[in-house]
Structure formats: structure tokens, C-alpha cells
Write a protein that binds this ligand. Sequence first.
Ligand SMILES: [Zn+2]
Length: 293
Amino acid sequence: MAKRRRVRWDRVAMVFGPLLLLIIIICVSCGGSNKSKKSPSEISAEQPSSMDIVEQTVPLQSQPEMTDTTVPSGTSVTAAAADPAVNYKQELIVVIDAGHGGNDSGALNDPNNPTRMEKDDVLRLAQATKKAFEKYPNIRVIMTRETDVFVELKDRCSIANSAGADFFISLHRNSALTGDGVEIWINNDAGGDNTMDKLLATYIMELLKEVGISQDRGIKSGFRNSSSNEQSNNYYVNRNTDMPSCLVEMGFMSSETDNQNFDTHLEEYADAIATAVVELVTDRNLFEVETIQ
Ligand SMILES: [Zn+2]
């Protein structure tokens, strides 16, 4: 009787062992496939993000096109340019500021026998520059004056600030009795980051040089005859505008060479200024410029 009750474990194992093994394999394979398989929603959520990365890196790759030689040392890519998520604006606004006007004639070619006034020259250049921008339909130019009128410096700045302009370019001609050449003034960095101002001025200078100027007198920061690097020592229009700005001294009123260059190359200079802005925003991926063919 005792023999009958004995369980034959070896037989039990032979019968149920493979069955148990089969159940374990099925369970493991089901569990494994659940982990590796993504639900349709997981897949669709992942795909756009990987596409975003591709889209974001493409514009940045074009940045090295900017030649380092034209960038002053110490400048770096701005946060806006480096930000791959930057959204292009619909319209770029550029303020062209013809210096002086009305009772304020600015510099004269000859103080004893003036036949030429700075206020007239810079108005001509401003008007030509406005025209040069016309081939770019999504760039809007705002002029601080279009006729021979006096405009206060603070009004010139508030025109630009209230329009939310992207760039402010003030046009002048130099007043010293001797000397020649073009110089461009920007804010010193006491008031904050002047990287974009420097780039704007550099692009303008490079393109003016391609047209031809008597001398490149440099990109200068601050205010003439001031060595102090304080915010107060900047040109008023540079100091009080909220956007990147520069003040271009388009040669000396007292220089025959500069006057001749000014008259001969007026439209080319205007074109150079417009092209400088277009190239700057394009190189830095700040704005997508449309062009009328
Ligand atoms: Zn002036």
C-alpha cells in the first residue's frame, strides 16, 4: 500500500516540466514585446522632435560663411543668432537718419565761403538709401526726415524706438578742417552688448570700401575726443536708440576727394548700406530677406 501512494516525481516532471517551460516562454516573450513596442502615439510624438533637430541645425550650418576677417576681434555670435528656435519676423524695419536739417546745416565745405552743406548731402544719401532698399519688399525704411527740416535728436530716437525698428543708421559727413575718409561710430560697450552695432558698422564699412573710399578711418566706439568708456560718452542717437545703431561719417566736407567720391558714388554708397543690412541679417539667420527680381 505504501508503494502505491508514492508519487513518481520523475514522471510528473517529464509531463509538466515542458508545459511549465512553454508557459514561461510565452509570458516572457509577451512581456518583452510590450516593452520594445511603441504605441502609435509614442511613435508620432517622437518623430517630429527628431525632425526638429534636423531643421534646427540646417540654418546654423550656414553661419561659418561669415568671414572672420570682417568681424572685429572679441565679437561673438549673439544669443539671437545662436538660438535655433528663432522665428523670422514678417518685416524688418530700418531707420535711416539724415543728420541735421533746417537751421542746422551741419558741417560746411568751406566755413568762409560755403557752397556745400552737410544737411543736404546726407539727405541725398538717405533718400538714395531708401530707394536702394525698395528691391527688398519685406524691409521697411523709416526716414527721420525727408525734407530740409530740423528734427530734434530725441525725436529721431523716439521715431525709431516707437516703431520697434531693427536697425538705426545715422548719416553724417565729417566736419574737421583737414582729413579725409570714412569713419563709423558705435556705442561703447558701457551701455551693454555692442556686438550687433559693431557688426552693422563693419558690414557697412566693408561694402563702402568695395565701392571705393579715400580712406577707412575705422569703426570707433564712444564719442569723438573722449577716452572715457562711459555710457554718457556715446553719440546721442547711438545712446538713446533701443536697437543696433551706428553713425556713419561719409567723408569730410572739407576734402575735395571725399566730395567727389560722394557725388560720383552716391547711389553705390546707398546700395552698399542697404546690402550691408541684408547680408548681416542673412549671414546671422536673423531675417529672411525677400528680393524683387
Ligand atoms: Zn553731422
